[in-house]
Design a protein around this ligand. Structure first.
Ligand code: S3P
Length: 168
């Protein structure tokens, strides 16, 4: 099986959907953020704070290269992994790219705990909605590179899995 790669904005359900999708397909599940944290021995907010975003993006790119050499996995990416065109090209070669999208309200609800999403916390300036809206607009075209998109705003992860399986 080719890899199934889940891309999409923060709070669109990539991790919870990915886990369930992998168990339904009977294949491995890899959560990129979790793997980066394990390998760095540090949580993502600490990587951003102590080493900077550029360092995090390099760790992300190194991991994409390694993951693209394997098959038979569902891979949940971080919301910003698609910012690097090399990452998208590597994913295109090794798998099918599915984008999970969600409304601004759903994303706000799902990412309301501050301190876990440094990119949002940095852009926040006291107005979380504006931060989400402008980052989403900025990244809209990047997420359009997917082979298929599912709007998860009003769906449970299980329902999202069903939609993806039907597409596959
Ligand atoms: C990021 C999203 C995060 C994580 C990091 C950067 C982004 O992943 O990779 O904080 O730039 O959108 P999630 O999409 O899983 O929150």
């Amino acid at each position: 099986m080719k890899n199934v790669i889940l891309i999409g904005f923060m709070g669109t359900g990539k991790t919870s959907t990915g886990k369930m999708l992998a168990s339904k397909l009977g294949c491995a599940f890899i959560d990129m953020d979790q793997k980066i944290e394990e390998e760095a021995g540090m949580c993502i907010p600490d990587i951003f704070a102590q080493k900077g975003e550029a360092h995090f993006r390099q760790l992300e790119k190194d991991l994409v290269e390694r993951l693209s050499a394997r098959r038979n996995a569902v891979i949940s990416t971080g919301g910003g992994t698609v910012k690097n065109p090399d990452n998208v090209a590597a994913f295109k070669k090794s798998g099918i790219i599915i984008c999970l999208s969600a409304s601004v309200d759903a994303v706000l609800e799902r990412t309301k705990r501050h301190g876990t999403r440094p990119v949002l916390d940095q852009a926040d300036q006291g107005d979380r909605r504006k931060a989400v809206e402008s980052l989403m607009a900025e990244r809209k075209d990047l997420y359009k590179q997917a082979d298929f998109t599912v709007d998860t705003s009003d769906l449970s992860p299980l329902q999202v899995v069903d939609v993806i399986v039907r597409f596959l």
